[in-house]
Design a protein. Structure first.
Length: 596
């Protein structure tokens, strides 16, 4: 006779969560952003060690001044270098060479995301039948003693991972914990009796769905996530894209390679007539250029090709070691000089327009002004007449620009000596840049992950998100000297607005002198500025190029008149191009600017 299966009262989601307890994944403190407190603490300690090492170096190198103290400092420095500073620096550099995060705490967090995602997938597998959430399996799992024991073992594993986590606040792991809460509710068909993740809300803030409908929506969410195995968003983006993003076909222009940088040419697709205009797309030094070309309907390049432009785009690539000593003179003058020369030889006599995003625009704008100065000095007509700027900051202060919080972060946390010790000669890794981006985008780790999970049960949402998630999580190295100068000259020096930013020049009278931004007006250059009210990286108070230079009209917003600048301000964030609707609106407006 078959053994009786022991049936028990259904275990609740609250009972299972109580096994996990309060952990760093819960944001029990109520922080409004991610707090990588262990990373910051280790960074502060490393700063102190490096500065102490520098003091010892000064004492040890001047025995005639400090006498016996110099010899003591010399030996102490030798010990510090041999057993502490040098090993830490070498370990960080080796991690970067392998493409890993030089921050061991952040690297451990990455392992936790991976393992947490695998556990979610495994647990889901116990209640799936042919990719469909099986409520009968879930009932058995939550009512039978053996099933309840399995659930408890899983929650214990989740608890272990959460307690190993090295950050607090609104983190990526908190979003994964919210997903776990939903999975436990779906399995047990009980409420956690607190704020329900992903619950739709009525205008008055009350829950829009009864519990059965909410659970059914979550079951559909887990079916999509399970079929795609998309619980770890970064790993999913890598697997889904195969490490390759970009929609439009292009060729790399021969002879354009410059320390990892290249110039791409996007040929007109068959059937599209050229408009006899060239578009030069300037990109930031810290991102892959595919933000301009993520996918069909999410591609600025696609839209400009449909308008008939000959499109060229700068690919910053991954800076080679030699690039570490190349500053903004190289990236802001040598490179565009070389690339525009190539374009003019390929398309003699055609009008050239420029489009730029974020930092790419901040750097290309003074270049266009210097180019205008040079051509005016030589009695030549300006060859670049229009510039379209997308979320491009040019004003940096503690007040009107909106950059006060980031400038304070730089003052408190950025240390040129430490950065040079760690990354001089190998360039700034993308993980360090992402750390800074987290500081000025409260809760971005959480909101991006949560948004990905929230849309999972919409058709094709996961696949559509993969290129953007990959772009967001896979940046490029920032050349070390250019990085120092970017912070010094732009963020802290506000040199464009102050009129002190210098560039080299082929005209001796201009070489090394401050760029006269008013040359844009003298040369008849028009500026289109597109900015977002919800943009913390390039706040609207910083994106004021069209109000300061070129063919200004007093800074009017959303007003287009022939021969004048134009500023458009929308209720959008920094990376609005991931939305087909928002990108479509931008393309319509910028096309009108380029036509008229």
């Amino acid at each position: 006779m078959a053994a009786q299966i022991e049936q028990q009262e259904r275990i609740t989601s609250r009972e299972l969560l109580d096994i996990i307890g309060i952990t760093p994944a819960d944001n029990h403190e109520g922080y409004h952003t991610a707090i990588p407190w262990k990373s910051k603490l280790a960074g502060d300690q490393l700063k102190l060690l490096i500065h102490y090492d520098q003091i010892l170096n000064t004492l040890g190198s001047t025995p005639w001044l400090f006498g016996p103290f110099s010899f003591a400092a010399h030996w102490q420095k030798a010990y510090l270098d041999t057993f502490i500073v040098d090993p830490v620096v070498q370990e960080a550099r080796q991690a970067i060479a392998k493409g890993k995060n030089p921050d061991i705490y952040a690297d451990t967090n990455s392992f936790i995301y991976d393992r947490y995602g695998k556990l979610l997938y495994e647990l889901c597998g116990h209640v799936m039948t042919d990719g469909i959430f099986d409520r009968k399996k879930a009932e058995k799992l939550s009512t039978q003693a053996k099933g309840q024991e399995l659930l408890k073992k899983y929650t214990e594993q989740f608890s272990t991972l959460e307690n190993l986590y090295n950050s607090r606040g609104l983190t990526r792991l908190k979003a994964m914990k919210d997903l776990l809460k939903c999975l436990l509710m779906a399995i047990t068909e009980t409420s956690i009796e607190e704020e329900l993740p992903f619950m739709k809300k009525n205008p008055d803030g009350t829950d829009a769905l009864p519990l059965p409908a909410y659970l059914q929506e979550n079951r559909a969410r887990f079916e999509s996530l399970y079929r795609a195995n998309a619980f770890d968003i970064m790993e999913y983006s890598e697997r889904q894209t195969g490490g390759k993003i970009g929609y439009s076909k292009y060729t790399v222009v021969e002879g354009s390679a410059l320390h990892g940088m290249t110039l791409r040419h996007y040929p007109l697709p068959d059937g599209l007539a050229p408009n006899n205009k060239v578009l030069y797309v300037a990109t930031p030094l810290i991102n892959r250029p595919e933000i301009f070309d993520l996918d069909a309907g999410k591609s600025v390049i696609e839209g400009m090709l449909k308008d008939g432009f000959h499109v060229y785009m700068v690919d910053p690539g991954d800076a080679d070691p030699d690039a570490s000593e190349l500053g903004l003179d190289f990236y802001g003058k040598t490179v565009p000089d070389a690339y525009l020369d190539i374009i003019k030889k390929r398309h003699p006599g055609l009008d050239i327009y420029v489009m730029a995003y974020c930092m790419g625009g901040s750097i290309i704008l003074p270049y266009i002004a210097r180019r205008a100065q040079e051509r005016l000095a030589r009695g030549e007509e300006m060859d670049v007449k229009k510039i379209a700027l997308m979320a491009v900051p040019v004003k940096f202060d503690d007040r009107e620009s909106g950059h006060g919080p980031m400038r304070e972060v730089i003052r408190q946390q950025y240390d040129p000596a430490v950065m040079d010790q760690l990354f001089g000669g190998i360039n700034i890794p993308p993980q360090v840049i992402q750390f800074g981006m987290n500081e000025i985008q409260p809760g971005v780790q959480y909101t991006v992950s949560l948004g990905f999970y929230a849309r999972a049960n919409y058709p094709h949402a996961l696949e559509d998100s993969a290129p953007f998630i990959y772009w967001l999580t896979h940046g490029t190295k920032f050349p070390a000297k250019a990085h120092r100068q970017w912070l010094d000259k732009f963020f802290m020096g506000n040199q464009l607005v102050e009129g002190t930013y210098t560039l080299p020049s082929s005209v001796p009278a201009l070489d090394g002198k401050p760029v006269n931004m008013n040359a844009l007006r003298e040369a008849g250059v028009r500026i289109f500025c597109y900015r977002g009210t919800r943009d913390p990286i390039a706040p609207p108070g910083s994106c004021v190029a069209a109000e300061l230079w070129g063919q200004t009209d007093g800074g009017n917003i959303s007003i287009a008149r022939g021969g004048l600048n134009r500023t458009i301000e929308k209720n959008v964030g920094h990376i609005f191009v991931v939305s087909k609707q928002l990108l479509g609106e931008y393309l319509e407006i910028v096309s009108d600017f380029f036509r008229n």
